[in-house]
Structure formats: C-alpha cells, structure tokens
Write a protein that binds this ligand. Structure first.
Ligand code: GRF
Length: 183
C-alpha cells in the first residue's frame, strides 16, 4: 500500500477529500502553520502530523519525517517546495492550483480571474518542479465564471472540482495510468 503525505497551510478541505478517497493510506500531514485547520482535522483522525515553522531550511527539516512516504500531495501549502525534497521525490510531488494553468500561476488566482472578467476558470493538478506552478499538468477541470461571481463564490465552485480531481489525479499517478488528461 503506497503511503501519502499531505502538506498544507490552511483549512484542509482538499486533505479531507484525499482522506475520503485514500483513508489510512494518508500516513502523514505536514504544515508550516501551527493553527492550520488541516492539522486539527488530521489529529482528530489519528493521522501523524508534523509542524515545521517556515524558513530557509524548511524542506531540509521536513525530509527526515518522510521515511516510507511514496507520494506528497501539496494542498494549499503556502511555501515553495525546494531541494532536498525535489530530488528525494522525483515525479512524486503533486500540487493542486485554483486556475487553469498556465493561466494565473501564483497567489490570488481566483481573485484575478474575477477581476479580469474571465468567463472560465478551474483547477489544475500538476507535478511540482522548481518553478511556481509550472510543472507538468496531470488533470484539469473547468468551471464557468458567472457575471455575479465574487472571488468567494468562484473559489467555492472551483473547490468542488478540486475535491473531485485531486483524488483522481493521485489514482492516476499511483496506478499504471500516469498521464495528462482533461476531467
Ligand atoms: C485550494 O483552493 C488550492 O487550490 C490552493 O489552496 C486552497 C487550499 O484549500 N492551492 P484547502 O486548505 O484544501 O481547503
């Protein structure tokens, strides 16, 4: 059974979706925020948690905790993942981003979509590389941007799709059918 670590800094709704899909395969939850909702959710489920304060050697400090982990899922982790993690987990670190990459990488993706008057938005699961939201795309899902949308209503619509495609992308990566598709 492949073991998954989820990294996040926030509420942890994607963690919950992954837990629903993979149960005890979720072996570890890592956060740079002591009060993150995701840490509390993981603790309540009896999942091992690690808190590491942000800072220059963050990835170095996280690495020893990852013994036995096969796949890392970033889910709202507000830090750039760098060496030595990238080399230790080649094509084994995924991220979910709330836009149709390559549009709107980085922060405030859904706010920007609303401000720009975009008619479509969505989410992307991709491999993590050295760039900011630049890695190879695994799955994407599209949602409409409605005329009355605020950043909040659009994000809520995007998150429904995030919770659907993240587990699907993990299945693709863990199974034989690694690939790039549109969901
Ligand atoms: C998600 O919208 C994800 O795309 C972005 O951060 C948010 C995390 O939400 N990277 P949650 O903590 O999983 O609820």
């Amino acid at each position: 059974m492949k073991k998954i670590a989820v990294f996040g800094s926030g509420a942890g709704s994607n963690f919950s979706a992954l837990y629903e899909a993979f149960g005890s395969q979720i072996d570890l939850v890592v956060s740079d925020q002591k009060e993150a909702g995701l840490l509390k959710k993981a603790e309540a489920l009896g999942i091992r948690t690690v808190y590491e304060k942000g800072g220059r050697d963050l990835c170095q400090r996280i690495l020893p905790h990852l013994e036995g982990i096969d796949l890392i899922c970033l889910a709202g982790f507000m830090r750039l993942v760098k060496e030595p993690l990238l080399s230790a987990f080649p094509r084994k670190i995924l991220n979910i981003h709330p836009s149709l990459l390559p549009s709107y990488p980085g922060l405030f993706a859904w706010e920007q979509a609303v401000e720009d008057g975009a008619t479509e938005s969505g989410c992307t699961v991709h491999y993590v590389d050295t760039g900011m939201d630049t890695g190879e795309i695994i799955l994407q899902a599209t949602v409409p941007v409605l005329p009355k949308d605020t950043a909040k209503t659009l994000h809520a619509r995007i998150q429904v799709e995030e919770h659907r495609i993240y587990p699907e992308a993990v299945r693709l990566v863990l199974g034989a059918g690694e690939g790039c598709a549109s969901a």
